[in-house]
Design a protein around this ligand. Structure first.
Ligand SMILES: NC(=O)c1ccc[n+]([C@@H]2O[C@H](COP(=O)([O-])OP(=O)(O)OC[C@H]3O[C@@H](n4cnc5c(N)ncnc54)[C@H](O)[C@@H]3O)[C@@H](O)[C@H]2O)c1
Length: 316
């Protein structure tokens, strides 16, 4: 691995990926417009001479002028990643996730990038008819966010077919860990941890019986790296999911015990629009093509995430 580009480098997953790639000896250029990303997430990267930060928007027409180098791999993570925000403002999500992806793919084409790894989402499956959901399952977007990810995936495939770029599509399931923000637009685990640490009620949307496959961010980063290296991953779409299925209610209880909080109550709010009932992914393709298996258990991951929340602010 030599020279790589990471879009969304200051975000939750992107910043961990940058740290990992630097630790592997790569030279990394990162792009971020700091919409949700934080400079603090890049504290260690910014001290590394092999890291260059370009503060800019991927939708910007000056992308090509500002990014003049050739990269072996482009990791494309920049996106508006909130289902809730996509329901409120679909045009914003389309611009960032679809137009932005097209701009990044143009960059890949003109600068002769070898491989583009797209961070897509399990949201593309909607509510599948059988679980665990595998990569052949029909796509059924329940939110504009899901539609934007399907569109980004299709552009990636088309650029692979038209221009010979090697596309790899990763469908992440529920990712959690340090650096995840905790606004109403964020992932459920960071919201719950923040509520528990502040002795606030844990707000479960719906009946809490929705099931999820949570995966710790270090595992996602390792899978993303393997996808950039493995020959067998070329042109493939691969689920990246945790191995333990758990209901949202059980997660709320696990958070309370990880935080050691006995006074917080669990309260139920109306179901969230665009939310999925069950999101459990089959990992057999990731195992076969990437030799990937998650290593961090939910208990360990929760403990590490709670420790981070106790030291750092998760507010956006
Ligand atoms: N967190 C999850 O559970 C999850 C699950 C499935 C898929 N994903 C995908 O993984 C990727 C990373 O997600 P995350 O959780 O780290 O989200 P995040 O919001 O923390 O990171 C996204 C980053 O992209 C940047 N960004 C957004 N629009 C941009 C633009 N137009 N130009 C430049 N930078 C821009 C943001 O500032 C942020 O730093 C996203 O593509 C998301 O859709 C995440």
């Amino acid at each position: 691995m030599t020279s790589v580009l990471v879009t969304g480098c200051a975000g939750f997953i992107g910043s961990h990926l940058v740290d990992f790639l630097l630790s592997k000896g790569a030279t990394v250029t990162g792009i971020d417009n700091f919409r949700t990303g934080k400079r603090n997430n890049l504290a260690s990267a910014l001290a590394n001479p092999r890291f260059v930060l370009l503060e800019m928007d991927i939708c910007d027409s000056s992308l090509l002028q500002r990014v003049a180098e050739t990269y072996d791999t482009i990791f494309h993570l920049a996106a508006v990643s909130s289902v809730k925000l996509s329901v409120e403002n679909p045009a914003l999500v389309h611009r960032n996730n679809v137009d932005g992806t097209l701009n990044v793919l143009e960059l890949a084409r003109i600068r002769d990038a070898k491989r583009v790894v797209l961070s897509s989402s399990a949201a593309v499956y909607g509510n599948p008819s059988s679980l665990p959901v595998n990569e052949e399952s029909p796509l059924n977007p329940q939110s504009p966010y899901a539609a934007s990810k399907i569109s980004a995936e299709e552009y990636l495939v088309a650029y692979g077919n038209s221009y010979g770029i090697e596309p790899v599509i990763l469908r992440y399931f529920n990712v959690y860990g340090p650096r995840q923000t905790c606004s109403e637009y964020s992932g459920v685990l960071s919201i719950f941890i923040n509520q528990a640490l502040n002795s606030e009620p844990i707000t479960v949307e719906g009946d809490g019986k929705q099931t999820r496959n949570f995966i710790y961010v270090d595992d996602v980063v390792r899978a993303t790296y393997l996808a950039s290296e493995a020959n067998r991953a070329r042109g493939e779409t691969i689920n990246i999911s945790g191995s333990e299925a758990i209901s949202v209610l059980q997660v709320a209880q696990a958070v309370l015990s990880a935080v050691g909080q006995t006074s917080s109550r669990i309260v139920h709010l109306p179901e969230r629009k665009g939310d999925l009932r069950d999101s459990i992914g089959s990992m057999s393709k990731a195992r076969r093509l990437l030799r990937f298996k998650p290593q961090v258990s939910l208990n360990d991951g929760l403990r590490r995430t709670v420790e981070w929340h106790q030291l750092e602010s998760c507010s956006p």
